[in-house]
Design a protein around this ligand. Structure first.
Ligand SMILES: Nc1ncnc2c1ncn2[C@@H]1O[C@H](COP(=O)(O)OP(=O)(O)OP(=O)(O)O)[C@@H](O)[C@H]1O
Ligand SMILES: CC(=O)C(=O)O
Ligand SMILES: [K+]
Ligand SMILES: [Mg+2]
Length: 573
């Protein structure tokens, strides 16, 4: 009965609040000890806007994941688990990003851990350039003019590319650095008061001092008449993106399904790259269902959404999208802005993180907090502890989240039996999928059901395309899924190569999946002899990383000959 269920659940929740918090940091001291300085990332770069804090980052490995640690003045300050590194071309040039990426690649080689790379485009973003970098003081109730004259020094006139025809009296305009600083005091809100030839005269709604050389300009609910993929984005993708074989492309300001379709044509060389549609406006939300059909994942860019939507509408975007029905990876941005300058998040932010997880999102993307924040490590650990508190696994390595180099956090797995209602989520997903189920879907859901019933510590799934493992993760099992990617030999008539590496890295963004690459010397045909030897390697890997212990039960999903099987194995030692 539902009421009994509720009654049972409540005291457990209360107990979990009164218990001491679980220690958070993944890995252990031994890892930390041996791990120290391997590679440096970033480091006092001139190209960063004035006043930004840059830390040295070191990579090392802990268990299954690549870990990024920060050092401040030579002092170890903590570490992140890296799953996907986001390279945001809204700031920094290709050279700057290449330096970071080269370091990351070296870290991947030396730690032998997977980490995916995401290129984030600039898109139709209007920017105000402050060439002199002198601080601009704006007083509430005074006027400011947006002028097309780019030669004007930014003072009470701000050079902008905003076309007066695009706006009307009363429109709301945002100018500032909030989107990349996370700090509200670095931005100003304006209201269009007069249209005078090429100029847009605005009344200033809040006093602010704009400092720095670059500000974002966003007009609420106005379509900017620029292509979603600009010429400079295309150039970066076809050079930097292609050379670095990027795993993900984040298409900023995706407004329509055509934006995604066109991108597929334009990035022909990146046929393996997955496209994440970044939804940052009402227009994108309006076409959400169509965009879902074409994109490989969704980034709910709540920074821009929060500017485009009035506050009362911005609150329940995640709720209304009903994530349990969505099979693609869902990434949520802007969770703990205030931690950019503060040691602790606000109560509202902490609740927001928990809700994003409970709603079923796959990943959390941090921005300013890790890019220029004063407390990147505390941010990661706070967000991690919130995720972790929802879990019941007792396993650090599988619990918590991963961070995406400087910028993005991904929580990989949480065993939210206490708070996350897996049972309900499972049932909803089964109902949504409907009947008859495809064979693979039925195998995947059965594997999750069996693993829960026998209290398996992991599900091991063999896959080549990654499809089977993703389907299992979709049912949000309460244990990690070790996705064993078995390479396939392929040819383009000129040379042989193996598939699998892209597939493995791309599944890093799926909640609960831990990909590993099987040895290419194992043929992809699923004979029982190869299955056995690959399984042994996978189990050893699971044991070495602390996911699997002696006498644990493990559910294995694989093909034997032509038959898909789900088997339960009981380990001896
Ligand atoms: N190399 C393998 N050895 C054993 N079983 C496998 C292997 N690859 C996939 N399977 C199993 O085959 C079934 C189909 O899974 P999946 O779709 O991921 O495989 P795939 O080989 O990548 O297929 P496709 O190419 O059709 O996408 C699943 O039960 C999966 O566990
Ligand atoms: C990250 C980002 O682009 C946003 O939240 O708007
Ligand atoms: K961007
Ligand atoms: Mg944005």
């Amino acid at each position: 009965m539902h009421s009994t269920h509720l009654l049972l659940e409540e005291p457990i929740r209360m107990a979990s609040i009164l218990e001491p918090s679980k220690p958070f940091l993944p890995g252990n001291d031994q890892d930390r000890g041996h791990a120290r300085p391997q590679i440096q990332v970033g480091g006092g770069d001139r190209r960063l806007p004035q006043g930004w804090h840059v830390r040295y980052a070191l990579f090392y490995c802990s268990g299954l994941s690549l870990v990024l640690s920060f050092v401040d003045d030579g002092r170890f300050t903590g570490y992140y688990v890296v799953a996907v590194a986001r390279f945001d071309f809204s700031w920094g040039d290709a050279g700057y990003h290449q330096e970071t990426l080269d370091n990351l690649k070296a870290a991947i080689r030396s730690t032998q851990k997977l980490c995916a790379v995401m290129l984030d485009t600039v898109g139709p973003e209007l920017q105000v350039v402050n060439k002199s970098e002198k601080a601009i003081s704006l007083e509430a109730n005074a006027y400011v003019v947006l002028t097309p004259d780019q030669e004007k020094e930014a003072t009470s006139e701000l050079p902008s590319h905003l076309c007066p025809n695009a706006v009307k009296l009363g429109d709301t305009i945002f100018i500032g650095q909030y989107l990349f600083t996370g700090s509200e005091t670095t931005s100003v809100w304006l209201e269009v008061a007069e249209l005078k030839g090429e100029d847009v005269v605005c009344i200033i709604k809040n006093s602010a001092t704009l400092s720095g050389s670059l500000f974002t300009l966003h007009v609420s609910q106005i379509r900017i008449d620029l292509p979603t993929l600009t010429e400079s984005d295309k150039n970066v993708i076809s050079t930097w993106g292609v050379q670095n074989k990027i795993d993900f492309l984040s298409l900023s300001y995706t407004r329509h399904v055509e934006d995604v379709r066109q991108l597929f044509h334009k990035v022909g060389d990146l046929y393996q790259t997955q496209i994440f549609a970044k939804i940052e406006s009402i227009e994108g939300l309006t076409h959400f269902d169509e965009i879902l059909q074409e994109a490989d994942g969704i980034i709910l860019s709540r920074g821009n959404l929060g500017i485009d939507l009035p506050p009362e509408k911005a609150t329940n975007v995640i709720d209304n999208l009903s994530l349990s029905h969505i099979i693609l990876s869902i990434v949520i941005t802007r969770v703990v802005d205030s931690m950019t300058d503060n040691l602790r998040p606000t109560r509202a932010e902490a609740t927001d993180v928990a809700n994003a997880i409970l709603d079923g999102s796959d990943a959390i993307l941090l921005g300013a907090e890790t890019l220029r924040g004063l407390y990147p490590v505390e941010t990661i650990s706070t967000v991690g502890r919130i995720c972790y508190e929802l879990e019941d696994s007792g396993n650090h390595e599988s619990g918590g989240f991963c961070c995406v180099c400087f910028v993005t956090v991904r929580k990989v797995e949480f065993h939210a039996e206490k708070v996350f209602n897996q049972d309900l989520y499972f049932k909803k997903t089964v109902t949504y999928v409907g009947e008859p189920m495809s064979h693979l879907e039925s195998i995947a859901s059965s594997a999750v059901r069996a693993a829960i019933k026998v209290k398996a510590s992991v599900i091991v799934c063999f896959t080549s395309s990654g499809r089977a493992a993703r389907l299992i993760a979709k049912y949000r099992p309460t244990m990690p899924v070790l996705s064993v990617v078995v390479p396939r030999l392929k040819t383009n008539q000129l040379r042989w190569s193996f598939s699998g590496a892209f597939e493995a890295r791309q599944s890093l963004v799926v909640r609960g999946l831990f990909p590993m690459l099987a040895d290419p010397r194992h043929p992809a045909e699923s004979t029982s002899a190869t299955n056995e030897s690959v399984l042994k390697v996978a189990l050893d890997h699971g044991k070495a990383s602390g996911l699997i212990k002696s006498h644990d039960r493990v559910v294995v999903c694989q093909k034997v000959g032509d038959d898909s099987v789900v088997k339960i194995i009981e380990l001896e030692d």
